[in-house]
Design a protein around this ligand. Sequence first.
Ligand code: DGL
Length: 270
Amino acid sequence: MAVGIFDSGLGGLTVLEAAARALPEVPFVYFGDNAHTPYGVRDPDDVYALTTAGASRLFEAGCDLVILACNTASAVALRRMQENWVPRDKRVLGVFVPMIEALTERQWGDNSPPREVAVKHVALFATPATVRSRAFQRELAFRAIGVDVEAQACGGVVDAIEDGDMILAEALVRSHVDALKRKMPEPQAAVLGCTHYPIVEDTFQDALGAGVEVYSQPRLVAASLSDYLQRHPSMYGTGDTAMFLTTGDARRVSDQATRFLRRKIEFVAA
Ligand code: DGL
């Protein structure tokens, strides 16, 4: 009954951790494409090729359902994968929609027409590729009207986190928040549209100020996944072993992951 979680690197571990807490009986297979991170500066064809390769490996590991715990892949590659590539008996889902459903106060899977919502000024923090894709604004427009979104491409943050340089990561977060505030001085809500960012969520909240509600994906995606599996129990795959797979240096990635999750994590070569 395994479920796959994919990311370009370590960021998806924030989603994995919340999903494992919500669904303790499910063996999760994690795939980190650490050899090719960051995706945020790659072109769409490249992200598509890497993401389909990772998802194939997760199908092979006995997962019928793969969560792209990577906003960049969700924004740039997911629709193309769903339209042309995902086999009929498999599913690949992204991490954007659950967050937008929360922001627009919708139930999971509510497809009613767009309507006015309480938040009017939203700051989006994401990778350059996600910002460029405008996928967040497109998905939001299906559900809400009258919401002003100001996007800030947070160059360098993923690289710093992958390198374990948290001082640099936090300094970059503060400078990206300053840049955003110059464009939108008083956001009501901030969306962390990259799964690496929850690792520095406290810095985002501190720099934004206590009055700004920060929407972070791990808990929202985990809740949406539980709901999805309840509605689609056939999407539990045949795999029965939890695993951490990486295309990078397994020892180094294990050390980093252990530091982030504060428990022993052992990656093996994908
Ligand atoms: N965690 C990925 C995301 O959510 C990071 C992408 C990257 O590798 O730049 O966008």
